[in-house]
Write a protein that binds this ligand. Structure first.
Ligand code: PMP
Length: 438
C-alpha cells in the first residue's frame, strides 16, 4: 500500500503533531485514529454543512461518518442549530428539571412502541451500562449474555469480544478490566441462535439479560438473519431474562420507530444514543414503566448524572426527532441509498473488485469479499482489510470521508442529494481502480 496520500493536508498534520503531545494517540476516541488504515494524521475538521464536511486544509468531503451516526438530518441542520442557540442563551445547565426533558421523553415514548418510561443519560456507553444494572436489579440475577463483535460502549462488563475500535486495535477485552468484572459476562455468536440457546441451557436461571445490537454496526453492517431476534425474544421470555436492544446506533436510523419496529421484535429494555441527542452528548434507556421504576428515586437501582437531561442536548434531540417522526426523513434517504449502493456495486464490478454491500434503513456496510452475504463475525474478519485500506485512502484523496476502519458501519443522511451521491461514485471509480491495482 502506498504510504503517500494527498489528504489530509499539512494543517491536519500540524494539529496531529500537537495533539499527540497532549492526548493519547492524538484523539479522544480511538475510532477516529487512522491506525486501522495504515496510520498517519486523521483529517482535523473545521466545519460541516449538510452532506459535506470540510477539514482544516479546506478539503471538502462527502461525509459517511455523520459523527458516527447522529447526523441523520445532515450537518448543521437549521432547526437543530436554532433550537440549541435559543436554549444556550437561556442558560446551559441547571441541575433541576426542565420541560425539555419531558418533551423529549414524550417524543421517544410516542415513537418507540416498547418504551413507556425513559431515563436520560449522557452517552451510549452510559445507556448500555444502565441497561445492564437495571436488568440485574430487576431480575435479581447476575449473568449477562452478549455477542462477539457487538459493541456496547466501553462498559467494563461489556468490553468482552467487543467490536468497533476494540476490533481495529486488536483489544477484544482490555487490560484494566479485572477478570472478576467479566466473570458473569457470557459471549455467544451473533446470528447463531443455537449458541445463545446453549448459554441459556447452561445458565438460564442466572441470566439477567441478553444484550444485542439488532443490526450489528460495530463489525461493519450485519443485519440479523431471519429468526435470530425473534428467537432471542422467545428465549428471554421462556427463561425470565430481559431482552435488551442496544439501539444506540440503530435507534431512529433504521426506522423512525427504531430497529424494533423495522424487524417487528419487541425488547424489554432499549438503550439509545447518537440520533436521540441530535449530535449532542445524549443517551437514554427506556422500557415498560414497571421495569423502569426499579431505578432511583422510585426504586433501589442507583443511577444518576449531574448533566443528564442537559438542556442543549434535549433541545437538539427534540428538533431532530420531530423531523424524523412522520417518516419523511427515511423516505427521502431510501432512494438515495439505493442509488449509492447500486452505483458502488457497478463500479466495483467494472474494476473486477470482489465487493459486497449490506444495509438496514439508513446505515450500510461495504465488504471486500467474494461472499454473497455476511452474517457472522468470523466472515467479517476474513474480508480483505488491505483492500479496504486502499479504498478508504482512494476515497479520501478524492473527497469522500469514511470511518477509518473496516469494522464500522457507514451512515447516510437526508442531505445526501444527487450531487453528493454523484461525487461519491466518481471518487469510488478511482478508489476501486486503486484497489484493483493492488
Ligand atoms: N452501543 C452501540 C451499539 C454503539 O454503536 C456505541 C457507539 N458507537 C455505543 C453503544 C457507545 O456509545 P457512546 O460512544 O456514545 O458511549
Amino acid at each position: 500500500m502506498s504510504q503517500t496520500h494527498a489528504r489530509p493536508g499539512p494543517k491536519s498534520n500540524e494539529w496531529f503533531e500537537r495533539a499527540q503531545k497532549f492526548t493519547p494517540g492524538g484523539v479522544n476516541s480511538p475510532a477516529r485514529a487512522f491506525n486501522g488504515v495504515g496510520g498517519g494524521a486523521p483529517a482535523f475538521i473545521d466545519h460541516a454543512k449538510g452532506a459535506w464536511i470540510t477539514d482544516v486544509d479546506g478539503n471538502d468531503y462527502v461525509d459517511y461518518v455523520g459523527s458516527f451516526g447522529p447526523m441523520i438530518l445532515g450537518h448543521a441542520d437549521p432547526r437543530v442549530v436554532e433550537a440549541v442557540q435559543t436554549q444556550a442563551a437561556k442558560g446551559l445547565s441547571f441541575g433541576a428539571p426542565t420541560g425539555l426533558e419531558v418533551q423529549l421523553a414524550e417524543l421517544i415514548t410516542e415513537m418507540v412502541a416498547s418504551i413507556e418510561s425513559v431515563r436520560m443519560v449522557n452517552s451510549g456507553t452510559e445507556a448500555a451500562m444502565t441497561a445492564v444494572r437495571l436488568s440485574r436489579g430487576y431480575t435479581g440475577r447476575k449473568k449477562i449474555l452478549k455477542f462477539a463483535g457487538n459493541y456496547h460502549g466501553h462498559v467494563d462488563a461489556l468490553l468482552v469480544n467487543a467490536g468497533s475500535g476494540a476490533l481495529t486495535l486488536g483489544i477484544p477485552g482490555s487490560p484494566g478490566v479485572p477478570e472478576s468484572v467479566v466473570a458473569d459476562t457470557l459471549v455467544a455468536t451473533y446470528n447463531d441462535l443455537d449458541s445463545a440457546r446453549q448459554a441459556f441451557e447452561q445458565h438460564g436461571d442466572d441470566i439477567a439479560c441478553v444484550m444485542v445490537e439488532p443490526v450489528a454496526g460495530n463489525m461493519n453492517c450485519v443485519p440479523p438473519v431471519d429468526g435470530f431476534l425473534e428467537g432471542l425474544r422467545t428465549l428471554c421470555t421462556d427463561y425470565g431474562a430481559l431482552l435488551v436492544f442496544d439501539e444506540v446506533m440503530t435507534g431512529f436510523r433504521v426506522h423512525p420507530g427504531c430497529a424494533q419496529a423495522y424487524f417487528g421484535v419487541t425488547p424489554d429494555v432499549t438503550a439509545l444514543g447518537k440520533i436521540v441527542g441530535g449530535g449532542m452528548p445524549v443517551g437514554a434507556v427506556g422500557g415498560p414503566a414497571e421495569v423502569m421504576k426499579t431505578l432511583a428515586p422510585t426504586g433501589p437501582v442507583y443511577q444518576a448524572g449531574t448533566l443528564s437531561g442537559h438542556p442543549l442536548g434535549m433541545a437538539a434531540g427534540i428538533a431532530t426527532l420531530e423531523q424524523i417522526r412522520g417518516g419523511a426523513v427515511h423516505q427521502a434517504i431510501e432512494p438515495q441509498l439505493d442509488k449509492l449502493l447500486a452505483g458502488l456495486n457497478e463500479r466495483a464490478q467494472k474494476h473486477g473488485v470482489p465487493f459486497l454491500t449490506q444495509s438496514a434503513g439508513a446505515m450500510f456496510g461495504m465488504f471486500f469479499t467474494e461472499a454473497k452475504t455476511i452474517t457472522r463475525f468470523d466472515e467479517v474478519a476474513a474480508c480483505d482489510l488491505d483492500a479496504f485500506s486502499r479504498f478508504f485512502h482512494g476515497l479520501l484523496d478524492n473527497g469522500v470521508y469514511l470511518a477509518p476502519a473496516a469494522f464500522e458501519a457507514a451512515f447516510i443522511s437526508r442531505a445526501h442529494d444527487d450531487a453528493a451521491i454523484q461525487a461519491t461514485l466518481e471518487a469510488a471509480d478511482k478508489a476501486f481502480a486503486a484497489v484493483a491495482a493492488g
